[in-house]
Design a protein around this ligand. Sequence first.
Ligand code: PHE
Length: 343
Amino acid sequence: MDLITDKEKIIDDLKKELERINDLQEFQNLKSQYLGKKGKIKSLMNNLKNLDENSKKEYGQSVNELKNEIGIIFNEKFTKLIEKEREEKEKEKWIDVTIPGAHRKLGKESLITNTRKEIEKIFLGLGFSVAEGPEIENSWYNFDALNTPQWHPAREMQDTFYLSTDKSKLLRTHTSPVQVRTMLKNSPPLAIISPGRVYRKDELDATHSPVFHQVEGLYVDKNVSVSHLKMYLEVFAQKLFGNKVSVLLRPSYFPFTEPSFEVDISCIFCGGKGCKVCKNSGWIEILGAGLVHPNVFKSVDYDPEKWQGFAFGMGIERIAMLKNNIPDIREFYKNDISFIENL
Ligand code: PHE
């Protein structure tokens, strides 16, 4: 056998095979095919025993040389593979700062929150501050102190969720009890608004919900008259719905105000000419209001001879529906994200 020509071929083959190898596992397999216990070098060595003494030495040396050469070739390849692996790991670590960021969907404020904040902002600008009260209320705050004693027929005006059989605890039917709480805690003059959730035993339909939101307003000072009330409401309505809007007070009844009014704004859809929304009247009702009843002042120990005030209460959903042209109150409670996304 001519080991010299074989040697060149073996090395050539090995180099070709190594060229197409690019991971360490394949590399190890190939290495043991050449240098392992059952590898090519080993089988060449096994030929030794068939040779005569003279050739043995030369042959042995030659195989050893081949073994060394192959060893060097494998080592070189090994270094390359390790280097390549290191580079790949580096690449993974590399950050391309020019790639656009992943777009995370931003949440949107609920329309009720958004409208409440808008109302608050207007009144804060007019010198009012924000007061809060509990949703679970004593009937004294919700009714009695607001000139609505137990026998009073007006208690039936609002269907109440009572929380105790003696009807002393209830879910507040309006934000007006915050008027009482605020006056008990502060001395006049004062100007507050109070936003919050209220509850009534109403069936859910396009304009009613058993849970909804109101903003209460209370202004107490000396010599307060209906003209103050009208002026504040006009400024409010114009800031909210635009400068062209005018305000109309219609006589009404609430036990805790005297006189009492339903307050309309000129129709924001037809400008007052008459349309479907305002039922051709040119006006849209937005809130209830009036001058604070002397009996309310008495129940918080304010002297009605000395102090006067106005109060108002509006539904946040109603305002939001008008402002955003939403025909059905149930849209607010469906939790359908497209509702606020499409506003
Ligand atoms: N509390 C009344 C309601 O819920 C609204 C109102 C508030 C009216 C203050 C007059 C004064 O209908």
